[in-house]
Design a protein. Structure first.
Length: 216
């Protein structure tokens, strides 16, 4: 991940484009009948990454965005051995031109979630959200992205389950809220303070349902 000092602050239009690329890739992936809700997150993510690349061929911003392979990462410049792995890193031409930043400009972390599934919702927070909150991922980014593969229930129910976990751990201020970037039911947002930093990170959550995504 990026290790520079200047924060990467994505324009709202760029954030929306990343979210729409995720959705377009998911729609392509949903046509592959062998991809099922009982798959683990790694093989789903591998397929989604390929589908996002395919989707970019037909999207207006396709020449300004690059979906990179999953890669090992360092949380900061003092770490000499990779201490993380990025699920879907994104490279943006405008950020590179403006800031000469060679590392990924947007980071997408992927987890399985289910309505009422306390274990998966806890993992979504502890092994997903908290990697951004701690600075392990996107230390010098103002924006991060999460994908939740909805294996049971609906998007609103999953959000309620995640927010219940946050409330139970005195973190109600971090609740997922309806997105202000895309006013659609599958995308949400949350704001998190970060350890040792005054600049919070905004996370955008794309909840991708197998049931909804199978509709052409």
């Amino acid at each position: 991940m990026a290790v520079g000092n200047r924060f990467i602050d994505l324009r709202a239009e760029v954030t929306a484009a990343i979210l729409q690329t995720i959705r377009a890739g998911w729609q392509i992936l949903s046509r592959e009948s062998e991809v099922q809700a009982d798959w683990l997150e790694v093989p789903i993510t591998e397929r989604l990454r390929d589908s996002m690349r395919e989707a970019l061929r037909d999207l207006p911003w396709g020449k300004s965005m690059v979906v990179l392979p999953g890669t090992e990462s360092r949380s900061n410049s003092s770490v000499t051995v990779p201490d993380g792995r990025l699920d879907i890193p994104v490279f943006l031409i405008e950020v590179f031109v403006g800031q000469k930043e060679h590392d990924p400009h947007a980071i997408i972390e992927c987890k399985r979630v289910g309505e009422g599934n306390a274990h998966l919702c806890r993992q979504y927070v502890v092994e997903g959200v908290d990697r951004f909150r701690s600075g392990r991922y996107a230390r010098n980014h103002r924006t991060g992205f999460m994908i939740g593969y909805v294996i049971s229930g609906g998007e609103a129910g999953v959000v309620s389950s995640i927010n219940r976990y946050l409330s139970d751990n005195a973190r109600a201020s971090e609740h997922l809220q309806p997105s202000k970037i895309l006013e659609e039911g599958w995308v949400w947002q949350s704001l998190h303070t970060r350890q040792g930093q005054s600049v919070p990170i905004q996370l955008h959550h794309a909840l991708l349902s197998f049931v909804v995504a199978s509709v052409p």
